[in-house]
Design a protein around this ligand. Structure first.
Ligand SMILES: [Zn+2]
Length: 135
């Protein structure tokens, strides 16, 4: 994550005409109202899907355990086969600790689908900051 909603929506729309955004949070609420379900549905319309089965039942702590992933693996494959870009959305900032990485790796392994991690593009300000540290 680390995205501003506007930037994220723009990035998602740049991926194709008909993306499928799988919200993989068990409970699609967020302290950041932009990423609450109602807001995402408002912005993404029918592209938004709450993939509850991909939710991590131990999201409050403990080992990652997916709620009911099997049907969702099939849906992801079906959408991908139909040429629709499938995006896994979670609010975790750290990809390495997020269950979406587990899901993405499993999808890649099962179906030999290539996975791209959508990292946030640096803003101009951040870019400048980086340049300054370079010199
Ligand atoms: Zn997560």
């Amino acid at each position: 994550m680390g995205w501003k909603l506007d930037d994220l929506v723009e990035r998602i729309k740049s991926l194709g005409d008909d993306p499928r955004v799988y919200d993989v949070r068990l409970s699609p609420y967020s302290r950041n109202r932009d990423f609450a379900q109602a807001s995402l549905v408002g912005r993404l319309g029918s592209a938004y899907i709450h993939a509850k089965g991909f939710g991590n039942i131990n999201y409050r702590g403990g080992p990652i355990a997916l709620a009911d992933p099997e049907p969702w693996y099939s849906f992801a494959k079906r959408d991908n086969d139909a040429g629709l870009p499938v995006i896994l959305l979670c609010a975790c900032w750290n990809l390495a600790e997020c269950h979406r990485l587990v899901i993405a790796n499993e999808i890649a392994k099962r179906y030999t689908i290539e996975i791209e991690h959508l990292t946030k593009k640096k803003t101009e300000k951040e870019e400048k900051k980086n340049q300054r540290t370079l010199f």
